[in-house]
Ligand binder design. Structure first.
Ligand SMILES: Cc1cc2nc3c(=O)[nH]c(=O)nc-3n(C[C@H](O)[C@H](O)[C@H](O)COP(=O)(O)OP(=O)(O)OC[C@H]3O[C@@H](n4cnc5c(N)ncnc54)[C@H](O)[C@@H]3O)c2cc1C
Length: 406
């Protein structure tokens, strides 16, 4: 995005990436449909960025969901708004969009250098890259860093930049998992039976937050859409208390009173499993969760069983590691950046994307902020370069008079 706007402004651009090809995480996102942005009204959209909203708002407003859709259309990729308001390419694929985007960048003059891993500056200020052919140094009038957060490092975003920038005094909030799964100490029997099973139409509550959605049981715990939506508060609570309890309502459409009455019906010779299925509609993984988290004695008491179905406590012991998360929280502190996304302490060095200190839920908000800050940083760099060349052109040339020196 930064390259695109710099090229539009007539600046020569070189793009460097550590990986053998560009946009690997973008392509990975295509595997789950490539949710490019969200169509909800601007006020609700901006709210998703929490504390970072104020700093991101100008960039997000300048390149909003409509602009993202128009941009994709300009690359030959039509988008549509799904029932949840999320925006996807009609073919749900990332590869055609990335191909078209890179083709256009190349046609406009971008030079792309892959297998170039940036690892700092030389004494004279040149960017230093490790490449298969050895070290390469490159001076630049302005630099835009868009090195990603720390999730899925095998796709390139290994967060090695944190050490490099911290060493030159850039304040970086520790990277943490965002939109992540959580550890639950499942019994062996539950894990073996239900790992990989989706739990659908369930209400998840944590303190004052609550939503209906679905998640997946994993070997270590839980992950998936509804869990990601609560993950920031769950993560922060675990950080403080060393663990937290998520409350599950396994039957959001039935009241506790109705469930208690249904379960009080005669069981006869039927097994508890069949009784639960017939009277409460609970089978498979939902019935398994009840057994896993409820005291065995509750199954003989319809009122306690109904209460358990409506408010099943699931103990979470840790957030899954950053490497597994969909995105990162933390990053370069906004206080270090001016309104153009330039580091105040390093004129000419701009930063964009997930490496900045913001987080947002899934729903297209992540790409939206990456696109928007990329554009803003690119425009900032273009303006800064233009201002600098005007200053240089206007400055009187400084010469040394040899006779004066002699
Ligand atoms: C499985 C998955 C699915 C996702 N799906 C969605 C989705 O549908 N919608 C959505 O909005 N978001 C989604 N995301 C999140 C989204 O992909 C990221 O937020 C976004 O890609 C971040 O963009 P970025 O440009 O900041 O960083 P990245 O996309 O991580 O790109 C950073 C680039 O910098 C390069 N790099 C890093 N360090 C160096 C270095 N030292 N030298 C040279 N190059 C370096 C990397 O190789 C990489 O190419 C998904 C993430 C994952 C993991």
């Amino acid at each position: 995005m930064a390259a695109e706007v710099l090229l539009e402004r007539g600046v020569a651009v070189d793009i460097y990436d550590a990986m053998p090809s560009l946009g690997r995480k973008f392509l990975m996102a295509g595997k789950s449909g490539l949710n490019l942005t969200h169509s909800e009204p601007a006020a609700a959209f901006l709210q998703r960025f929490g504390d970072a909203r104020e700093r991101l708002e100008p960039a997000l407003s300048a390149f909003d969901a409509a602009a993202i859709r128009a941009w994709a259309a300009g690359l030959g990729i039509e988008t549509f708004i799904g029932s949840s308001g999320r925006v996807f390419p009609v073919n749900f694929k990332a590869a055609p969009l990335l191909r078209s985007w890179l083709r256009r960048l190349r046609e406009r003059g971008a030079r792309i250098h892959v297998r170039h891993k940036w690892h700092g500056w030389s004494a004279d200020g040149a960017l230093v890259f490790a490449t298969p052919r050895g070290e390469v140094r490159q001076s630049a009038d302005a630099t835009v860093l868009a090195l990603g957060g720390g999730s899925w490092p095998k796709l390139g975003s290994d967060a090695a930049w944190v050490g490099i920038l911290s060493a030159v005094g850039v304040q970086v909030a520790p990277l943490k998992p965002a939109n992540c799964g959580f550890d639950v100490p499942w019994s062996t029997i539950f894990r073996e039976r239900f790992s990989g099973e989706p739990v659908k139409a369930v209400r998840l509550s944590h303190r004052e937050r609550s939503l209906v959605g679905e998640f997946v049981v994993t070997d270590n715990g839980i992950e998936g859409g509804a869990v990601y939506a609560l993950s920031a508060v769950l993560r922060d609570r675990i950080e403080v208390d060393g663990g937290t309890t998520l409350i599950l309502d396994l039957s959001p459409d039935r009241s506790e009173a109705r469930l208690a009455a249904d379960l009080a019906g005669p069981r006869g010779s039927r097994s508890v499993t069949t009784h639960l299925k017939r009277q409460a509609g609970l089978v498979g993984v939902k019935a398994g969760l009840l057994r896993e988290c409820l005291d065995a004695s509750a199954f003989a008491d319809p009122a306690r069983l109904a209460a358990g179905i409506k408010a099943l406590p699931l103990r979470l012991t840790a957030a899954r590691p950053l490497e597994e998360a969909i995105s990162s929280a933390g990053g370069i502190a906004f206080a270090m950046l001016d309104d153009r996304f330039m580091l105040r302490t390093r004129p000419g060095l701009f930063c964009a994307g997930e490496m900045l200190d913001w987080e947002a839920p899934t729903g297209g908000y992540l790409f939206s902020a990456c696109f928007a800050t990329g554009r803003a940083a690119g425009l900032g760099a273009a303006d800064w370069l233009a201002a600098r060349s005007n200053t240089l052109a206007a400055a009187p040339s400084i010469g040394i008079n040899p006779t004066a020196l002699g």
